[in-house]
Design a protein around this ligand. Structure first.
Ligand code: XMP
Length: 185
């Protein structure tokens, strides 16, 4: 594990502090939403972020889940987003907040936002823990962002490389000797 994982980019403490502030911002925006909100979490990457965020949101909420995959095996090259299983409550007329780990190329969120809008919610907003600015096309937007980061492949706090490292309590850079092992041909 230490061989694959490089420097810590965002510490456990910094994550906690930022998520607390993000939750305050989100609570403020949804202050007049008596029916509560519906979170749509994009799994598996948003798992840890979701768990930390929702425990700081003192409002009525329902939670729906979608799985989307974009990286097959040991690669850091996105192969396009593919929708997997979907387990959602009725979104019609609801205030939906999509939760994802990272906005990178924007393919995942483009797919998820389209899918959610199809269900005719009242409002759709998106929160991401991390964002790589300037990579996603302009039509893929997010409303709340935890941290802007450089274009480096990161792991930890829910984010994986080849299915590993989601359990790291911080966000770290994937070391260059771990990258694209299956892309070496
Ligand atoms: P896109 O490119 O579709 O990426 O915006 C979204 C999904 O791809 C994964 N992703 C990453 N995972 N480190 C990771 O561990 C990264 O730097 C990274 N960039 C993208 C992630 O699952 C995200 O939801």
């Amino acid at each position: 594990m230490p061989g694959d994982v490089g420097e810590v980019l965002i510490s456990e403490d910094a994550l906690k502090r930022r998520i607390t502030v993000l939750a305050r911002e989100i609570s403020h925006v949804y202050a007049d939403t008596p029916r509560g909100i519906t979170m749509v979490a994009v799994l598996a990457g948003s798992l840890i972020f979701l768990a930390d965020l929702i425990r700081r949101l003192p409002m009525k909420m329902r939670i729906g889940l979608m799985t989307v995959s974009s990286y097959a095996g040991a690669t850091t090259e996105s192969r396009g987003a593919v929708l997997g299983s979907v387990s959602l409550p009725d979104l019609r007329g609801r205030d939906v907040l999509i939760v994802d780990d990272i906005l990178d190329t924007g393919r995942t969120l483009a797919l998820v936002q389209t899918e959610v809008r199809r269900a005719k919610p009242r409002t759709v907003r998106t929160v991401v823990l991390l964002r790589k600015p300037g990579k996603a096309p302009p039509e893929v937007t997010v409303d709340f962002t935890g941290f802007d980061i450089d274009d480096v492949f990161v792991v930890g706090f829910g984010l994986d490389y080849d299915g590993l490292y989601r359990n790291l309590p911080h966000v770290a850079v994937l070391s260059s000797n771990a990258q694209d092992l299956d892309g070496v041909t």
